[in-house]
Every structure is written in C-alpha cells, then in structure tokens.
Design a binder for this molecule. Structure first.
Ligand SMILES: [Fe+2]
Length: 217
C-alpha cells in the first residue's frame, strides 16, 4: 500500500474514533519505522538479503560505508604522506578528503535516523591501509594493487546506484548516494588513469618475459 495513502487512512480512522490514541501511535510508529517493503514477505530486499524494513537496510548500509570510508580516508592520507610520485600526491589528498567527508556525512545521516555506530573497517580494509601506508612499496605497485582490488570503476559503483534506486522513503539518503557514487567513480577512474600512465613506461622499457628469457639463454 502507498505509504501516504496508508497514513491518511490511519489518520481518518483515528479522527472518526475507529481506533484509539494508543493504536494510532502504534500504527504511526510502524509507518515511520518500516516504510516501504519490496519483498514478498513484507521485508526489504537489498544486497542479496532481506531487511526488516527500508530503514533497517539504510542504517546497515550507512554504518558499513561510514566505517569503510573512514578507513579509506586514513589509508589515502597515509599513502599521500609517503608518496614519492610528485604528480599524484595532491590527487591522493583529494581522494583522502573525499573518503573522510563521506564518512562524516554518512555518520551524521546514520545518527539522524536513530542508528548507532557499530561497524568497523574489517580486517581486509585495515590490511590494505597498512599496505598503502608502507613507504617501501612503490607507488606504481600500489596503483596496480588498487585497480586489481577495486576492478572496473563503473562496476564498482553499480551497487550504490542499485541500492539508491530501491529507496522509496528515505529520499535524503537516496540523493546523497548518487553524489557518493559520482565521487567514487571519479576517484577510481583517476586511479586507473594514473596507473596506466605511470606503469606504461616501465612496461615499455622492460623486455617482455619471453624476450628476457631468450636474451638470458
Ligand atoms: Fe570510498
């Protein structure tokens, strides 16, 4: 049922004295809390699982993304601090700032929705942060590792767009997710570009493995 319609029906029932104040409050809380469902069982399907409601799915998503982006912000800031390739270090700072503000904005939205900060960066995220902050790993190798890990830029942000498209009640998060996806696409696309540019001369200069083998014979 359309949420707006349901709201009017409940209000009408209350005004007409069909339901009492307690039932009215309970119905309102249910509407506020649950919102739209998109699953046959009344749940909200997203990311291959069913949440109790759209709100639950949003809170879970915001919490995980908030934690991941905060870690990403620290990881890129640490990389920028040890970066030896002059032409990328300011770009790395921009990505670090993007990641950090995504974390701040999503934390704020999470708290606005009554959610709690529960998620942590996760072992893989922390490991990657340590790797990116290592001054002994060349920037070219970090770029290659990042592109391998994240994969195609458009594919990487597709789940964000898909999730945003599912949201029917929380329009504030829905719109924010579109901007978030654009930022992520820009960051990942830029890394792919600099990765190709900075790794190209090395590859051209180094003999192909077969040639090197022949030369060594
Ligand atoms: Fe990110």
């Amino acid at each position: 049922m359309d949420r707006e319609f349901e709201f009017k029906q409940i209000l009408r029932a209350f005004r007409a004295g069909i339901i009492g104040k307690a039932a009215f409050d309970e119905e309102m809380a249910r509407l506020e809390g649950n919102g739209s469902s998109n699953g046959a069982d009344g749940g909200f399907r997203a990311f291959g699982r069913t949440y109790k409601s759209e709100r639950d799915a949003v809170i879970s998503f915001l919490d995980k993304v908030r934690a991941g982006e905060a870690n990403g912000g620290e990881a890129f800031a640490a990389w920028a601090a040890v970066c030896k390739t002059d032409c990328i270090h300011t770009g790395l700072h921009i990505i670090a700032e993007r990641e950090a503000y995504h974390a701040r904005v999503f934390e704020q939205r999470l708290l606005e929705l009554g959610g709690e900060k529960r998620a942590t960066a996760g072992e893989e995220g922390l490991k990657f942060r340590t790797y990116l902050s290592d001054p002994n790993v060349p920037d070219t190798e970090k770029l290659l590792s990042f592109t391998k890990k994240v994969g195609d830029a458009k594919e990487a942000v597709r789940p964000i767009h898909e999730f945003a498209a599912l949201l029917k009640d929380d329009l504030a998060t829905k719109e924010a997710l579109k901007l978030f996806a654009d930022d992520e696409l820009s960051s990942v696309t830029w890394i792919w570009e600099v990765c190709a540019t900075l790794n190209a001369p090395q590859r051209a200069a180094a003999p192909a493995p077969e040639q090197a083998e022949k030369a060594a014979m």
